[in-house]
Write a protein that binds this ligand. Structure first.
Ligand code: HT7
Ligand code: ZN
Length: 870
């Protein structure tokens, strides 16, 4: 397969000013007619030759300005159609046939359940019609959908509906027009027998927008929350970014078979049903939060992605990093900002740091790829968002808003690069961000080493910071980055001390940020009247690994007193990590002070309860693994379990009472305070069930009486993990009996089993793969079993006989022929083989080699396997 390089970018030879697409749906096939108004790109000395992309298309005819061309007048390649001798402007008409019912890759036009839908990002449109399938070709689309009258009551595409009639032959034709030129990756089409929830939104300039959420009939009672989240997102984007919605209608459609979470097609967002459907009985609080975030994310793309789009796919983070930053701001405003930060950092430090330290490491702006679908990564999304977040920190709220206003105004209707985004921030603020831009170019997680010394006589604290970024595939000798390091100095009572720093220009007082810009820098804090406790990297102000020696006593102090909520949690995580390390070396016990601190956290009535549940929760096994070299999953698991048991035993005398206190008499609402209370209650339940049969009895009662899925699922987890075998089996059976008709709840049921270190054995996973509820063609099912098994049930996956790895490899080989994107994503856990203890590492590598030796590997799988083995 070919590698594509950023440095090879050239503008297209032709533009497509208008695209008129006629899609005729028949039972066994679909015919597509594309009428393209093409215009030569003046800026290029093009030779009148145009090569269009096409994949798995049956070409029926080609006509130029109304004249049908003979087969000698164009060349059809494996994945292309080339015309030569073209003039400045033409009407090019291409007819082709496709087979959506056979499309299991879920790219292009495909069938999901009882409906048709599309997924065109990144390169799916070429599976619908021959086209210039690249984001810098922006075209005004008119779409006609034709089908037997009555067969598909709902037929949708982008923009506004302009006609709907039954033709002379009795077939129905619905036409849509989108006035905003867009790249074809934002094209969408839906046809089905769907129900709709309708509402309206009045924009800040007073225009009324129709809002519609389309779902399969059985799901209509699960649409209200998404509608509410949509309206809140629309208002928030007006208030915080000054961005107003632009079409007369905004539609969301829920589909069961979808490779990712959702897609921001202009005016017609298509969602994985798991990211839009919810009611209290079927969705957990975390599902509600995910829906809120994803609805917002896709809506925000209307500006950051659609109105201003990417010039090429190397710029993917331009829209994704910025939009994740925007949706994080929204979720922080709707809920607890500190909790949101904790959740985001947890994910960044486990999943993204692992990617950045592995064979697939790439910069936020990659410079090459084989298959772009492999680059929808946590680096592009989450690290990209962190980079935008650092810009926000450097420029301040107002400066950042000036920059984003300039960016949207300057580039509205254009396809641009990351460079242009940063240039708008620079121009609006009169600042030089050349060094900062290295964040987009250099892969790898920077390490910042900190050392401090206090001089009581001089009343100074000296802080020396050193940074380096490790080598990553294809990149060595990295340059120093501009790292904003937020910090505070705490006195013995836990109060923030006033800060006076030298050199003064390295300190932004308003945001309490120190600017580290060289490989090594020393800063001196003056008038420090007592030895302070340093709180570094507050709010996780930069995506770095901080190395700073702190004793368990110092960490305990920060856990109890830091005024920065994020760093309180982080100090607790570091302390717990230290306990887990001690448990591994067999020398662990909780000190009296530590026990007292844990009990007072449990009983705290001041702090946000959701925050408390995070403070009392141990770092995940994957996070612990990030700090171990080499990684021994079984040892990590057992050490972590030892610490969990000790915490649970320490808290035991207070758990029953706290559990009772946290019961709520009011009806379930998916709102922040209730969610926080449930989070803490269910954490208490899990500790209680771990160490006491009374806790298991409470879990049994909660399981039977719960009126909402959050409580039912938490109880099920406690029974499955800490109940007797009989209790666990019975709860799982009764849950399935209750929910077998609801595919999304069944996915949760599959995950509970696949992710439980106690229950998930290779044999049990094989059984789940044979279960009537499992379906290889449905990505949600595959993720619920195989994704959860390989990423969460670490002891079970890392079997010493390699059976866990072999099971995953077999699944990947099978999925390679069904859905290459899914197959490739499942490979991630196998790419980490170099970090494992030698005996496991060799076994994992052997499975990668087995996959590599298969014939007909997709580009997706080939790229990840070959990079992992090199
Ligand atoms: N922009 C969307 C990306 C996406 C996607 C990419 C590859 C294959 C399938 C996909 N479905 C959606 C989603 C987003 O970030 O908003
Ligand atoms: Zn996105």
């Amino acid at each position: 397969p070919n590698t594509k390089y950023l440095k090879d970018y050239t503008a297209p030879a032709y533009w497509i000013d208008h695209t008129e697409l006629t899609v005729e749906l028949f039972d066994d096939y679909t015919d597509v007619t594309a009428q393209l108004r093409i215009r030569r790109n003046d800026e290029l000395d093009a030779a009148g030759s145009l090569t269009l992309d096409g994949q798995e298309l049956e070409l029926l005819s080609v006509a130029l300005d109304g004249n049908t061309l003979s087969a000698e007048q164009y060349q059809v390649g494996d994945e292309s159609l080339t015309l030569s001798g073209l003039g400045d402007q033409h009407l090019l008409t291409i007819r082709n046939r496709i087979y959506p019912q056979n499309n299991t890759a879920l790219e292009g036009l495909y069938r999901s359940g009882g409906m048709y839908c599309t997924q065109c990002e990144a390169e799916g449109f070429r599976r619908i019609s021959y086209y210039l399938d690249r984001p810098d070709v922006m075209s005004e689309f008119t779409t006609h959908i034709i089908a037997a009258d009555g067969q598909w009551p709902v037929m949708l595409s982008n923009g506004n509906k302009i006609a709907d009639s039954v033709m002379e032959d009795g077939r129905r034709r619905v036409s849509w027009h989108d006035p905003f030129p867009k790249p074809c990756y934002l094209f969408a089409l839906v046809a089905g027998d769907l129900r709709v929830l309708e509402d309206t939104f009045t924009t800040m300039s007073g225009r009324e927008v129709a809002l519609q959420i389309f779902v399969e009939p059985q799901n209509i009672d699960k649409t209200e929350y998404a509608m509410d989240a949509l309206k809140r997102s629309m208002r928030w984007d007006e208030e915080v970014y000054g961005r107003e919605y632009d079409l007369d209608v905004f539609m969301i459609v829920a589909v069961d078979d979808f490779n990712m979470g959702a897609m921001e097609n202009k005016g017609l967002n298509i969602f994985n049903s798991s990211c839009v459907l919810a009611n209290p009985a079927t969705a957990t609080d975390s599902t509600y939060l995910r829906i809120e975030a994803i609805v917002a994310h896709e809506y925000f793309h209307n500006w950051s992605g659609n109105r201003v789009t990417c010039r090429d796919w190397f710029q993917l983070s331009l829209k994704e990093g910025f939009t994740v930053f925007r949706d994080a701001g929204f979720s922080a405003d709707m809920n607890s900002a500190t909790v949101k930060r904790v959740e985001d950092v947890q994910m960044l430090r486990t999943v993204q740091f692992a990617e950045d330290g592995g064979p697939m490491a790439h910069p936020v702006q990659p410079d090459s790829f084989i298959e772009i679908s492999n680059f929808y990564t946590v680096t592009i999304y989450e690290k990209g968002a962190e980079v935008v977040g650092m810009l926000h920190r450097l420029l301040g709220e107002e400066g950042f808003r000036k920059g984003s206003d300039l960016y949207f105004d300057r580039h509205d209707g254009q396809a641009v690069t990351i460079h242009e985004f940063v240039a708008a921030m620079e121009d609006a603020n009169g600042i030089d961000l050349s060094q900062f831009k290295l964040w987009y170019k250099q892969a790898g997680t920077p390490v910042v080493e900190a050392a401090s010394s206090y001089d009581a006589d001089a009343q100074t604290l000296t802080l020396t910071l050193r940074q380096h970024t490790p080598d990553t595939p294809g990149q060595t000798d990295k340059q120093p980055l501009w790292i904003p390091l937020a910090l505070g100095l705490l006195d013995a009572a836990g109060n923030d001390m006033p800060v006076q720093v030298e050199p003064a220009e390295a300190w932004t007082a308003s945001s309490q940020v120190l600017h580290l810009r060289e490989a090594e820098q020393t800063f001196v804090f003056h008038n420090v009247s007592e030895r302070p406790e340093l709180s570094l990297l507050r709010h996780f102000s930069a995506p770095v690994k901080l190395e700073y020696q702190q004793s368990p006593e110092q960490l305990l102090f920060l856990l109890q007193h830091d005024t920065d909520g994020f760093n309180r949690w982080d100090a607790g995580q570091k302390l717990m990590l230290h306990w887990i390390e001690q448990a591994r070396s067999g020398s662990f016990s909780l000190s009296d002070a530590e026990q007292t601190a844990l009990v007072s956290l449990l009983q705290d009535d001041q702090l946000d309860k959701s925050m408390l549940s995070y403070l009392l929760n141990l770092p995940s096994e994957s996070y612990v693994a990030e700090f171990s070299a080499p990684v021994d999953p079984a040892a990590i698991h057992h050490a972590r379990e030892t610490v969990r048991l000790a915490i649970a035993n320490t808290l035991l005398p207070h758990l029953a009472e706290r559990y009772q206190q946290l019961q709520s008499p009011v009806a379930y609402q998916p709102e922040p305070q209730q969610m926080a209370q449930r989070a803490l209650k269910n954490l208490v339940l899990s500790y209680w069930a771990l160490v006491s049969s009374d806790g298991v009895t409470a879990a049994q009662a909660q399981f039977e009486q719960a009126d909402n899925m959050t409580d039912q699922m938490a109880a099920l987890l406690s029974l499955v993990n800490y109940g007797s075998d009989e209790q666990a089996d019975a709860a799982l059976a009764s849950f399935y009996q209750q929910w077998q008709h609801d595919t999304l709840v069944v996915n949760q049921w599959l995950s509970v089993q696949a992710g439980s270190s106690r229950r998930a054995t290779v044999a049990s996973i094989e059984q789940l793969l044979q279960h009537e509820a499992f379906d290889w063609r449905n990505p949600n099912k595959v993720r619920s079993v195989l994704g959860v098994f390989a990423n969460q049930a670490l002891v079970s996956f890392h079997q010493s006989d390699a059976s866990g790895y072999a099971l995953l490899a077999d699944a990947i080989i099978k999925l390679n022929g069904i859905n290459p994107q899914m197959a490739s994503r499942l490979l991630t856990p196998l790419t980490r083989w170099k970090r494992l203890i030698p005996e496991l590492s060799a076994l994992m590598r052997a499975q990668l080699e087995r996959i590599q030796s298969q014939e007909d590997l997709s580009k997706d799988v080939y790229e990840v396997v070959s990079k992992s083995l090199s």
